[in-house]
Design a protein around this ligand. Structure first.
Ligand code: ADP
Ligand code: MG
Length: 253
């Protein structure tokens, strides 16, 4: 089966700091990939290269057949215009640690913004989609609330619903529960499990090992800009081959 997301030989540096050192990753449609690794290993940079928030220096990123940021002409790559990159990016949902909701917009407006402005879909149609998404994340009664009146867990569920509003091909999550009080983590993980079960293609950076064990098809362990090890949770979490993976997992369990 062809990959929904494919990274081949991806390198990324910030100045002299070589952050991604040749990353190869394939995520098939409907699969959940959990990315683990110590702080600074390049996990956020990896996600940001997937939706072209970071440009890669070497290698390619393909999402749903689109070469991110480029058009291929023969054996040459031409950089795409910003507008074309934005169109590619509508296929990729992104959920951040810090929610990043628009504070001056209501929940409904937060969800409607992209489908209305990026896709120019009619209001009546968008209203139906938004109502369905809010129901799905258990927040149908909060449509007219402003973000600051919601708990962190509710805000993150709004952010997940917003990420789904453009019907993305893949949703990227960067430590979606790390900023939450412990008692609010569960409600967000439940929503994510529901997405996973219903066949959403997801790449999730998290330290929630329980989630990885239960939901992931593939667990990827990153260290120092490389994928050290990857495989099903039973292999990577319970019988890691590499000493660095073992050391990391024994610390987060
Ligand atoms: P992780 O998410 O695994 O903690 P990151 O991808 O955020 O790791 O960062 C990897 C390394 O790249 C870190 O050393 C970080 O300081 C550095 N880095 C990330 N973004 C930038 C940036 N925009 N400019 C300079 N250095 C950065
Ligand atoms: Mg990070």
């Amino acid at each position: 089966m062809t990959a929904m997301v494919e990274l081949i030989g991806v390198h990324k540096s910030f100045g002299s700091l070589h952050v991604l050192r040749g990353v190869d990753l394939r995520v098939r449609q409907g699969e959940v990939t959990v990315v683990l690794g110590p702080s600074g290993s390049g996990k956020s940079t990896l996600l940001r290269t997937i939706n072209h928030l970071e440009k890669v220096e070497r290698g390619t990123v393909t999402v749903d057949g689109d070469l991110l940021g480029y058009r291929r002409a023969g054996d040459r790559l031409h950089e795409l215009r910003e507008r074309e990159v934005l169109r590619q990016r509508t296929k990729i949902g992104f959920v951040f640690q810090s929610f990043n909701l628009f504070p001056h917009l209501t929940v409904r407006q937060n969800l409607s913004e992209a489908p209305r402005s990026a896709q120019r879909r009619p209001r009546a149609e968008v209203d139906v989609v938004v109502a369905r998404l809010l129901d799905r994340v258990g927040l149908a009664d909060k449509a007219d609330a402003y973000p600051h009146t919601l708990s962190g867990g509710q805000q993150q569920r709004v952010a997940i619903a917003r990420a789904l509003a453009l019907e993305p091909k893949v949703v990227l999550f960067d430590e979606p529960t790390s900023a939450l009080d412990p008692e609010l983590v569960g409600e967000v993980l439940e929503v994510m499990k529901d997405l996973a079960v219903s066949g959403t293609t997801m790449i999730v950076v998290t330290h929630e090992i329980g989630f990885a064990r239960e939901v992931a098809d593939t667990v990827v362990f990153m260290d120092a800009g490389r994928i050290v090890e990857q495989g099903p949770p039973s292999q990577v979490l319970d019988a890691p081959e590499h000493e660095r993976t073992r050391a990391f997992i024994s610390k987060v369990l």
